[in-house]
Design a protein around this ligand. Structure first.
Ligand code: ATP
Ligand code: MG
Length: 530
C-alpha cells in the first residue's frame, strides 16, 4: 500500500522547473538576450560598454563579443549565446542577426503556445520553414568571381560599417581584401582561405590612418640590444624556445660555493656556458634570432659582437607565425639548432619610429600581416574585431562564390516566400511556418528602429516593394528610402545568412521542445563549526 508520502527522487540541490513555466523561462531568456544586442544591429546601431569584474573595459558593437563578456547564468540564455559563438567561429559575422532571430522565433512560439498549438507542431513547422528558407537563400544568391576585387570590397565594407572605424574604412576595406586574396589558394579546384595565414598586429600611439598591409611577418618588439644591427639583408633566422640564460637554480644545483676561489671559478664557468649558447646560434649560420624567452646580457653581448640581430621574449603565437612565414623550425634547445632549422627573409628591419621589426621577402609568400594603429587600446581592439569580421566575410564569399543583398532585403524576401510556402502546406503546421516567416521581419524592423525611422512604415514599404517583384529592395538606413541594395552595394556572403538561419532555427526548435528543467546547484560551502 502506498502511504501517501511523496517519493523524493531528486537531491535537495536540484532546482526543478516544469511544463509551461519551463517554456516561459526559456522564451524569456532568449528574448532577453536578443533585446540585449538588438540596438547594435546595422550601420547606425549603437555600441555597448562592458566592464568585467577585474575592471577591464570593452567598448564594442560586435554581438559575439558583447555576449561573450556578459556573465549569463540561465541555461536557455547560454544556448542562445552559443548560437552567436558558433556564428562567429563558422562565418565570422552575423552574430547579432542570429541572436535576434532566435529571440524572435521564441517570441513567435510563445504566441503559438498561447493559441494551444502543440510544441511538436511548432518544432515541425520551424524545421520545414528552415529547410525552405535555406533554399530561398540559395535562389536569391548572386555569384561572385574570386578575382572580382570591386565586389569583395563591397562585401568587406558592409561587414565593417558601424564599427567606430568610419574614418579608415575605405583603407581597411582594401587592406582586408588584398590580404585575403593573397593567402587564398586553389585546392582541388576549390578556393580555400586559411584564416591563420593573416596575422593582425596592433600598435598603440599612432594615427588610425597609418594602418598598413605588410607582406611578410611583423614582430612588435625592438631588438634586444642597441649594439645589434638594425637591418639585415638575406636573413637566416633561428627560432629558439629556450631562454638563453643560466637560471640561478640550475647553477646552484651543480656547484656548491665554499671558498672565494670557487666563486670566481663559477663566474668564468657561467660566462663560458653563456658564450657557448651564443656560439651555437652563430655556428648554425643564423644572423637573426627570435627567442621565446629572455636572453641574458652576456649572450646579447656575444651575439651583437658576431653581428646577429636578436629579439627576446617573443610570444608563442608570434613564434609560430614566424615559423610559418619563414619556413623555419622552432627548436627547444639551442644545442639542437642546425642550418636546416633556419628560415629565410630577404630583409629584416627594425622601424625607426615604433617597436616593430618587419621580416619581408619571406620564404612563404602567403605570409601577410595587417598592422593596425590607434590612440587607445579600446579603439585598437574594436579595429581588430572589424578587421576579423571583414577578412572572414571576404574569405566566406571567395570560398563559396556567392552573396546575397543586405539592408533587410533578403529577410523581407524570405518572409514573403515563406508565407507563400506556408499557404501551400496547410493544416496546423501552416501556423508555425507563418510564424517562422514573420520572424525574419525582425531584421528590417530593427534596422529601421536603430536608424530612427518608424519600423512599421518601413516594413510596409519593403513588403510592397517585394510583392511587386523588387527582391533586392532594402532599407537605406541613412535616408530611410527603400532602394535597390544591389545597386547600393550593400551585400553579404550567402554563408553568413545560411548559418544564422540554421543555427537560430535549430536552437529555437531545441528550446521549444523542453518542458522540464532540472538544474543542479553547486553545494553551498559548509557552515563553519562552532
Ligand atoms: N549600408 C547599409 N545599409 C543598410 N543596411 C546595412 C548596411 N550595412 C549593413 N547593413 C545591414 O546591417 C546588418 C548587419 O549589422 P551588424 O554588422 O551590426 O550585425 P551582424 O552582422 O548581425 O552581427 P556582428 O557584426 O555584430 O557579428 C545586416 O542586416 C546588413 O545587411
Ligand atoms: Mg556584421
Amino acid at each position: 500500500m502506498l502511504s501517501g508520502q511523496p517519493i523524493i527522487i531528486l537531491k535537495d540541490s536540484v532546482e526543478r522547473t516544469r511544463g509551461q513555466e519551463a517554456q516561459r523561462s526559456n522564451i524569456a531568456a532568449a528574448k532577453a538576450i536578443a533585446a540585449a544586442v538588438r540596438t547594435t544591429l546595422g550601420p547606425r546601431g549603437m555600441d555597448k560598454m562592458l566592464v568585467s569584474s577585474t575592471g577591464d573595459v570593452v567598448i564594442t558593437n560586435d554581438g559575439a563579443t558583447i555576449l561573450h563578456e556578459m556573465a549569463v547564468q540561465h541555461p536557455g540564455a547560454k544556448m542562445v549565446i552559443e548560437v552567436a559563438e558558433t556564428q562567429d567561429d563558422e562565418v565570422g559575422d552575423g552574430t547579432t542577426t542570429a541572436c535576434i532571430l532566435v529571440g524572435t522565433l521564441m517570441e513567435q512560439a510563445e504566441q503559438l503556445l498561447a493559441k494551444m498549438v502543440h510544441p511538436t507542431v511548432i518544432a515541425n513547422g520551424y524545421t520545414m520553414g528552415m529547410n525552405r528558407a535555406l533554399e530561398i537563400v540559395e535562389e536569391n544568391s548572386i555569384r561572385v568571381d574570386p578575382a572580382d576585387r570591386e565586389t569583395l570590397i563591397r562585401l568587406a565594407d558592409t561587414s565593417m560599417t558601424g564599427k567606430s572605424i568610419e574614418q579608415v574604412k575605405e583603407k581597411l576595406n582594401g587592406i582586408v581584401v588584398d590580404a585575403v586574396m593573397t593567402v587564398a589558394e586553389k585546392k582541388n579546384g576549390e578556393i580555400v582561405v586559411d584564416r591563420d595565414d593573416i596575422m593582425i598586429k596592433k600598435q598603440k600611439g599612432d594615427s588610425i590612418d597609418d594602418a598598413a598591409l605588410i607582406r611578410g611577418c611583423v614582430i612588435d618588439k625592438k631588438r634586444a640590444s642597441d649594439a645589434m644591427p638594425k637591418k639585415i639583408a638575406n636573413a637566416k633566422v633561428a627560432l629558439v624556445a629556450q631562454p638563453l640564460e643560466i637560471t640561478k637554480t640550475q647553477v646552484k644545483a651543480k656547484i656548491r660555493i665554499n671558498t672565494a676561489d670557487q666563486l670566481s671559478a663559477f663566474g668564468t664557468q657561467e660566462r663560458e656556458a653563456l658564450r657557448q649558447l651564443a656560439d651555437r646560434v652563430v655556428a648554425s649560420g643564423a644572423n637573426v634570432l627570435l627567442c621565446q624567452k629572455g636572453i641574458s646580457d652576456p649572450v646579447q653581448y656575444y651575439l651583437a659582437k658576431a653581428g646577429v640581430m636578436a629579439i627576446q621574449d617573443v610570444n608563442e603565437k608570434d613564434m609560430k607565425y614566424a615559423a610559418r612565414a619563414l619556413s623555419a623550425k622552432i627548436v627547444n634547445k639551442v644545442s639542437d639548432l642546425t642550418p636546416d632549422d633556419l628560415g629565410n627573409a630577404a630583409l629584416v628591419q627594425e622601424a625607426d619610429d615604433a617597436e616593430l621589426v618587419t621580416f619581408s621577402g619571406c620564404d612563404n609568400p602567403k605570409a601577410i600581416t595587417v598592422l593596425l594603429r590607434g590612440s587607445t587600446d579600446y579603439l585598437l581592439d574594436e579595429l581588430e574585431r572589424a578587421v576579423v569580421d571583414g577578412t572572414s566575410v571576404v574569405a566566406d564569399a571567395m570560398e563559396d562564390g556567392t552573396y546575397v543583398v543586405g539592408g533587410g532585403a533578403v529577410e523581407v524576401e524570405l518572409s514573403l516566400r515563406l508565407r507563400e510556402y506556408a499557404a501551400s502546406v496547410g493544416g496546423r503546421v501552416q501556423l508555425a511556418i507563418d510564424a517562422f516567416a514573420e520572424a525574419f521581419e525582425a531584421i528590417p524592423l530593427t534596422l529601421a528602429e536603430n536608424s530612427g525611422f518608424n519600423p512599421l512604415d518601413k516594413l510596409v514599404d519593403l513588403r510592397t516593394a517585394h510583392a511587386k517583384g523588387g527582391r533586392y529592395m532594402g532599407l537605406n538606413v541613412f535616408s530611410g528610402e527603400v532602394v535597390d541594395m544591389l545597386d547600393a552595394g550593400v551585400i553579404e556572403p550567402a554563408r553568413v545568412k545560411r548559418q544564422a538561419i540554421q543555427s537560430a532555427a535549430e536552437t529555437a526548435i531545441l528550446l521549444i521542445r523542453v518542458d522540464d528543467m532540472m538544474i543542479t546547484q553547486s553545494k553551498p560551502p559548509a557552515a563553519p563549526k562552532a
